[in-house]
Design a protein around this ligand. Structure first.
Ligand SMILES: C[S@@+](CC[C@H](N)C(=O)[O-])C[C@H]1O[C@@H](n2cnc3c(N)ncnc32)[C@H](O)[C@@H]1O
Length: 349
């Protein structure tokens, strides 16, 4: 009753129309601001391996967890209560459990959170970047590792199975993956297709070291070899070292090699074709969308496009990629456009 009286008083004072507007902005701003808070909280807890503690249906005791990991308990409890208020965790005294919603978000979305985290510096410094007080450069060690980790986790859900199917049908057995990150693709490939052998190279030492740990975990050290290196500078030595590769794969990498400089990509691909004696190249890339396309379905594509554009890794349209491949001398270009994911897989000869 008391609540109703206050509501009537408020309507009298500010008017029903204004009160409805307040309700509406609370909902709209709640989604916007909530996204910011929640993304930061999930990234933070992912980075301290908090969620890894919920194996099976087990719970986490925040007091013990903080003691073991030297963390601030008040802060961790605040974060966990926040996630409980959103139905991601469930609280029982000082134990927290992961709900079905929480499990789903982490199972399907942790890759996306890692990709977002790799751009965190840029968004944190957007104002000085805009005012030209700072350049839009990312901390190279951090961004390469997290971007590779995130892309690998996300691509496992949709893109890698499709690429693996292509490779299996073509009966290729020796695969060289450039910009392999922590070998997420090569591991999936070797787990699913018997007799395959993988080589991978990546610029990020951290990603390669993490990849080698993963190889031990999956008992694949005999089938996959990872190298730390720069494919642009070390192209000749890799072409020699990995001369038995039957197909070279590059997932979400080419756009990163030369940013948006098309001429440089073409020069690289021309040299690449020559050094690898016209072996099959499989390229997978996010495709740039027009504003109209993004307006129809902005869901995360707008964010991916904005983030890449800010760091000068502007994505390209399907037409741009075709032009690049034709100018690089590829005679046969087959494209599989996954319109529902705005991703293209190009098979080039
Ligand atoms: C977006 S990630 C993709 C990782 C992996 N291909 C995947 O799909 O999960 C891009 C990767 O390219 C690597 N990379 C960027 N420039 C490179 C270069 N010049 N030589 C080798 N690797 C490079 C980065 O370190 C990063 O791991």
């Amino acid at each position: 009753m008391k609540n109703k009286i206050e509501l009537i008083r408020a309507i009298r004072k500010v008017g029903l129309y204004n009160l409805l507007k307040v309700k509406k902005i609370k909902k709209i701003a709640g989604n916007i601001i909530g996204g910011f808070f929640l993304t930061r909280v999930i990234s933070t807890l992912l980075n301290i391996d908090f969620f890894a503690g919920f194996s099976g249906n087990s719970s986490i005791n925040t007091h013990l967890f903080c003691k073991e990991n030297n963390l601030d308990e008040k802060v961790l409890c605040a974060l966990c209560d926040y996630l409980s208020s959103l139905g991601i965790l469930k609280k029982n005294k000082s134990e927290y459990y992961l709900t079905a919603k929480g499990k789903f978000i982490l199972e399907m979305g942790s890759g996306l959170f890692n990709i977002v985290y790799s751009f965190e510096d840029i968004f944190h410094n957007l104002e000085p970047i805009l005012k030209k007080e700072r350049t839009a450069e990312r901390d190279i060690n951090k961004f390469l590792y997290f971007e590779a980790k995130g892309t690998g986790e996300a691509a496992k859900l949709l893109v890698f199975p499709i690429i693996i199917d292509i490779i299996e049908k073509k009966k290729f057995k020796r695969i060289f993956d450039i910009g392999c990150g922590s070998a997420a693709f090569l591991i999936e490939l070797c787990k699913n297709v018997s007799g395959t052998i993988g080589y991978g190279v990546d610029l990020s030492r951290k990603a390669v070291l993490h990849g080698r740990e993963e190889l031990i975990k999956y008992n694949l050290e005999n089938r996959i070899k990872l190298f730390e290196g720069n494919i642009i500078h070390d192209l000749d030595s890799f072409a020699e070292k990995i001369s038995d590769a039957e197909i070279i794969t590059a997932s979400f990498v080419l756009h990163e090699l030369f940013f948006e400089n098309k001429e440089q990509i073409i020069n690289f691909l021309v040299k690449f074709r020559r050094r690898f004696e016209n072996k099959c190249l499989l390229v997978c890339e996010n495709i740039e969308q027009s504003l109209d396309e993004l307006r129809k379905d902005p869901g995360l594509y707008s964010e991916v496009q904005l983030a890449h554009r800010l760091v000068g890794e502007q994505q390209m349209t399907r037409k741009d990629w075709h032009t690049i491949f034709i100018k690089s001398g590829f005679k046969k270009i087959k494209e599989r456009y996954l319109s529902f994911a705005r991703i293209s897989i190009f098979i080039l000869h």
